[in-house]
Design a protein around this ligand. Sequence first.
Ligand SMILES: Nc1ncnc2c1ncn2[C@@H]1O[C@H](COP(=O)(O)OP(=O)(O)O)[C@@H](O)[C@H]1O
Ligand SMILES: O=C(O)C(=O)C[C@H](O)[C@H](O)COP(=O)(O)O
Length: 318
Amino acid sequence: MLMDVLTIGDGMITMDPKARGPMRFVNEFQRKVGGAELNFAIGASRLGLKTGWISRLGNDEFGRVIHNFMRGEGVDMSQVEYVEGIPTSVYFKEIMEDGSGRSFYYRNPTPMSVLTPEDIKEEHIKNFKLIHLTGVFLALNPTKHLEIVERIIYYAKKHDVKISMDPNIRLRLWSKDKAREVLTSLLPHVNVLLTGEEEGEILLGTTSVEEMIEQFRGYGIDHVVIKKGADGASVTTAEGTLEMAAFTPRKVVDTVGAGDGFDAGYITGYLKDWSVERSLRFANKVGSMVVSVVGDNEGLPYYEDVLAELGERETIER
Ligand SMILES: Nc1ncnc2c1ncn2[C@@H]1O[C@H](COP(=O)(O)OP(=O)(O)O)[C@@H](O)[C@H]1O
Ligand SMILES: O=C(O)C(=O)C[C@H](O)[C@H](O)COP(=O)(O)O
């Protein structure tokens, strides 16, 4: 069966604080699941894409929680295995009154560290239309994970599978210099780049967004998407640049996961051959829906919900 999108990355147990404010004062947490690529996979699957995930989980209770959760989301788990001796990754979230916050990771080593390039199978990669990569997986072990990603890209290019990338730079995981070195080496292979302005500055050393876009386009990237949080996003293609304001969310309660959701939304449009305008509107809507729900992926909408929010489908409440 031809699949749509594949992503690779660490799945984590997420501990969501039950109260807002500095984490040192929070005594109760709710156990959820998270991780940039895991969120993307859930988002893509809910938007109707046939989605696969390459990952490794600890052979423990938390690993089972993530496995069952992802199965429930309809993500292909054929390339997810349990690992002995390394616990499933965990992270704790801090959420401040305005919905912003910090992350505290317990993921070194992660079960992903047993993965090798030999685990990547050409027969598997060629089944997909697009591979979505993010900097989080690369940050966990830059040298080794770069080899794995290069293997994926080699097979992808051989079979005309497209590549999308979100730098998702987490400075708690690696330095700016390392992130720049590793991620820019991949840019020539990227078809769709989904980045923030600050990440663009880290990668290219310029604060001018115009210059950034020009440089990214110079790498041969077809769609350069710049995400700007509450200010929306822009997309630059051969046809030019389209800017779009964000939608006003019902309420901003937790901004984590908006970028991952936006990515899933934009890739949905890209794979459906929608116009840039439609893809961007759809992705902006997905992002705005994620920030109005607490949790990294709980707010990720289903395809029909996005259409309803865009006013393209009638909603019946009762
Ligand atoms: N406060 C907000 N209001 C409305 N939309 C938002 C808000 N924050 C994020 N979004 C939407 O989600 C997208 C991604 O958010 P952003 O914070 O830029 O990504 P990242 O999480 O990757 O840093 C934005 O481009 C926008 O469409
Ligand atoms: O995997 C990691 O290391 C993470 O940081 C997990 C985060 O839940 C997402 O990456 C959220 O990312 P945004 O969508 O950019 O808010």
